[in-house]
Ligand binder design. Sequence first.
Ligand code: ADP
Ligand code: MG
Length: 249
Amino acid sequence: MNKMNDKFLLRVEGLTVSFDGFKAVNDLSFYVEPNECRVIIGPNGAGKTTVLDLICGRTKATDGSVKFKGQELLEMREDQIVHAGVGRKFQTPSVYEDLTVFENLELSYPKGHGVFGALTFKRDEAVKSRIKEIAATIFLDGMLEEKAAYLSHGQKQWLEIGMLLIQDPELLMLDEPVAGMSVAERKKTAELLNRIIKDRSVIVIEHDMGFVEDIATRVTVLHQGKTLSEGSMERVQNDPKVIEVYLGH
Ligand code: ADP
Ligand code: MG
């Protein structure tokens, strides 16, 4: 497949991982387009987090292929995958509590591009304006000098998303980003995601169906490590197989 005319940014094919014989992800295939927000839903233990672990290189696959812009991610290390343009946010926020919002974002700014050479001043100005831009995107532009410890749980989640956005990933993966957020914060997070997919694709794991409806381009329902159903929110919600799995719990 020539990557120049590939309509997909990410191709997951036959992805499988076996933990002592138990296949947490079992021959899974799905495809993500540019500027798509793909939501993965499914019961606890379905393998959702493991799928993200496999794509970002944290867990080694037993079998299959994960192609990102034509590159085989399963042959790459975690840091190489980040460098290729894949960002991943874990379930619990991991911001530096003792540092300010500005400093947290500054630490995440990609280093060593050398575009400005010895002109440190110019680089500093570029970094500052990028930090301000990201802070506005994540609703924290008024809080740049605030220590992260004083942010609400929701604001910490946004800061962590900002720390990924500043690296400008083409694919951003978020594991339950609105867990523990207020309704108002959930609405703002949906607004944030709808804005950032104009420049990238996002894979989100989420339970809150109202939130899923606000953000999803397509939904993949995972069950026992496999795709149970896939398509628009409306299509999967009305799929008898999905209704059975959810009502059977
Ligand atoms: P979900 O995120 O959908 O709730 P997970 O991907 O966390 O599910 O887990 C899927 C299944 O794989 C669970 O049964 C879990 O216990 C198992 N699992 C996940 N990671 C490991 C691991 N490193 N070793 C053994 N079993 C694991
Ligand atoms: Mg999980």
